[in-house]
Design a protein around this ligand. Structure first.
Ligand code: NAI
Length: 336
């Protein structure tokens, strides 16, 4: 049954394709009858124009209050400019677990059928701490920070998730043959946590081999536990198994707050053309509904989405259709 409660949710439409996919998803969410009170904020370059801050104080306060946000992608300048809004929010709210399920949608032909992988990425440490400096002209140091606390808590998250959802295997992915201390610590913590979960098979694979193994046979893996950078890269690789970045959802989870966002970025190459696929953000919103205890609405959207994919009439271009973002959203709403 749909709850009568109104949910206050911070909404960050983002930029590039962000506003288009966010509008589509908000329309679908509202069509379920669940009541939302959206607190809408710009972030990144758009926010700077208005507030002279890349992340306005009001946005931080809104997430602190609501403990919940739905976020479109935000562009990060390459090689200079402001720090990533995504990384900053994840660090600020200690959203240490980045959860990304990789699963096929029925009816959609992809490189691999019946993929069912869970990617669990450490979200606050590693190379993404952003500690870089020029030692002398022409020499730059970039620090990778791995802590026992951070590694243990993400390993716990992965093992507890696996136990709760009946997953059988966890592979910790690393490069501890080269980064003996940092990746070595990550592995040591994972092994230690794993001792408390004897029913779950634990394995370790080196990141480069993992990429090849994934492409050869993704079915050999179940849950992948990765540091921040490896998780970022492997997420995009695995998205291609099930149809690409237009499909794969994500959740940034911490003890105090959660931000739901797709794996993909702002896709400047297709922005403003009404061709982006909103499925990835929609599936992120489905994860959000479950997190909010609105499982009935989550199930309804998932069923409607699957129906639209099975009918194949209203799909976007990235998955072989001709429909626009808005028309796709209309089809999901009609199927609800
Ligand atoms: P991207 O994920 O934006 O795009 C990669 C490719 O996938 C492009 O060809 C794009 O057209 C396609 N694609 C992505 N989402 C799609 C969708 N919903 N429907 C159809 N096709 C889709 O990656 P890119 O180009 O490397 O990054 C662009 C910007 O996004 C950068 O500034 C990057 O920093 C930022 N970014 C932001 C993220 C976030 O806000 N969480 C995550 C990843 C990147």
């Amino acid at each position: 049954m749909t709850n009568t409660k109104t949910h206050k949710v911070t909404l960050i439409p983002g930029d590039g394709i962000g506003p288009e996919v966010t509008d589509a998803v908000v329309r679908i969410l509202e069509a379920t009858g669940v009541k939302f009170d959206w607190e809408r904020f710009a972030a990144g370059a758009k926010a700077f124009e208005k507030y002279k801050e890349y992340i306005p104080k009001e946005l931080y306060e809104s997430i602190e209050r609501n403990k919940l946000a739905l976020k479109g992608p935000v562009t990060t300048p390459v090689g200079g400019g402001f720090s990533s809004i995504n990384v900053t929010l994840r660090k600020k709210f200690e959203l240490y677990a980045n959860f990304r399920p990789i699963k096929n949608l029925p009816g959609l032909e992809t490189r691999y059928p019946n993929v069912d992988l869970i990617i669990i990425r450490e979200n606050t440490e590693g190379e993404y701490v952003g500690l870089e400096h020029e030692v002398v002209p022409g020499v730059v140091e970039s620090l990778k920070v791995i802590t026992e606390k951070g590694s243990t808590r993400i390993a716990k998250f992965a093992f507890e998730y696996a136990r709760k959802h009946g997953r059988k295997k966890i592979h910790a992915i690393h490069k501890a043959n080269i980064m003996k201390m940092s990746d070595g610590l990550f592995l040591k913590c994972a092994r230690e946590v794993g001792k408390g979960f004897p029913e779950i098979t634990y394995g370790e694979h080196i990141i480069d081999n993992t990429c090849m193994q994934l492409v050869l046979n993704p079915y050999q893996y179940d849950v992948l536990l990765l540091e921040n950078l490896y998780g970022d890269i492997v997420s995009d690789l695995c998205a291609a198994f099930v149809g690409g970045l237009g499909l794969v959802p994500g959740a940034n989870l911490g003890a105090e707050a959660a931000i739901f966002e797709a794996v993909h970025g702002s896709a400047p190459d297709i922005a403003g053309k009404d061709i982006a696929n909103p499925t990835a953000l929609l599936q992120s919103a489905v994860l959000m509904l479950r997190h909010m205890d609105e499982s009935a609405a989550a199930d309804r959207i998932q069923t409607a989405l699957e129906k639209v994919y099975e009918e194949k009439k209203s799909l976007t271009r990235d998955v072989g259709g001709t429909a626009g973002t808005k028309a796709f959203a209309d089809a999901v709403i009609a199927a609800l």
